[in-house]
Ligand binder design. Structure first.
Ligand code: GUN
Length: 295
């Protein structure tokens, strides 16, 4: 039997409709327009396309957005100065610095400089700490999107064996943490595998839910999963270029073979990706409401 495809595109569309209404209400009732600034430093093609998509989505929802595009050789001091400026800008409720930054810039230092109240990516240590404690905060966008996909698809996470592949600060660590918490999409028993895990397949074969976020195309194959597994594929790997110059993408999971064993699976593209952007919009609207004392 073939798996049910969890469409991030469709789920994201539904959440965006809710957000569009919320943005319209904020304008009508409170004269508030949520504002987002995105920073793009250098010429990483994936980052360029992500930032463009973030600004386009903001625009479509009625969120004010500004893009700061800086050359590869921008100094750390110049970025810190701009972040400080936007921290003070009342029109801007959310600040997003697209990662990775060029090697000569200390990413941690830049992320620490963002006002936690405007940290719509949820990367500032104040927000990371609150997340771990289960307090109200901005949840990092990709893990937040994964929780929404699981909950809205009716996947039972409570008591489930979840295996997370990858220990990044952006996906692996936070999703592992969120899924063990007492919350919707949580209450799971979580194992986190990484590059030093001795035998990954031993873990994936007993998983009810696999969250793959390693950045290795088609790493997870059918022989590594059990029947009925739920697959959330976070990988966005560029494996080639079409004749029209578009990137050909593959996930971390071998979709074609694994979908024959899985009960649910997210595709790449059209799975987690659209959800990440949508949760950024949700956090930006939340930031605007909080700045106005509305929640
Ligand atoms: N690079 C890859 N994913 C992300 C993300 O969610 N936010 C930012 N700022 N950079 C990223």
């Amino acid at each position: 039997m073939s798996a049910t495809i969890i469409s991030g595109t469709e789920t994201a569309k539904a959440i965006r409709e809710e957000l569009k209404q919320e943005v319209a209400d904020l304008l009508e009732k409170h004269q508030i327009v949520p504002g987002l600034v995105t920073f793009l430093v250098g010429e990483n093609p994936a980052s360029q396309s992500y930032v463009a998509a973030k600004n386009k989505t903001a625009h479509a929802l009625g969120i004010h957005s500004e893009q700061v595009t800086l050359p590869e050789d921008t100094t750390e001091a110049a970025i810190l100065e701009l972040v400080a400026k936007y921290n003070q800008d009342a029109k801007i409720h959310g600040i997003l610095v697209q990662l990775p930054l060029p090697k000569h810039i200390n990413e941690t230092k830049v992320l620490y400089a963002i006002d936690p109240a405007k940290d719509v990516d949820g990367f500032h240590p104040v927000n990371v700490g609150k997340m771990v404690l289960g307090e109200q905060c901005y949840l990092p966008c990709t893990p937040h999107g994964i929780l929404e996909l699981l909950v809205r698809s009716g996947v039972q996470t409570s008591g489930a064996e979840v295996v997370v592949l990858g220990r990044s600060n952006i996906v692996g660590k936070p999703i592992a943490n969120l899924m063990l918490q007492k919350r919707p999409g949580g209450n799971a028993t979580v194992t986190l595998c990484h590059t030093r895990t001795r035998d990954m397949a031993v873990h994936t074969r007993r998983a009810d839910i696999i969250i793959a976020a390693v950045g290795v195309p088609k790493l997870v194959t059918a022989d590594m999963v059990k029947d009925g597994v739920v697959i959330i594929d976070v990988g966005v790997n560029r494996i080639g270029m079409s004749e029209s110059g578009k990137a050909i993408l593959a996930g971390d999971v071998d979709f074609e073979s694994v979908k024959e064993k899985a009960s649910f699976i997210t595709p790449v593209p059209g799975g987690v990706g659209p959800m990440t952007i949508t949760m950024l919009m949700k956090n930006t609207v939340q930031a605007a409401k909080q700045a106005a004392g509305l929640n």
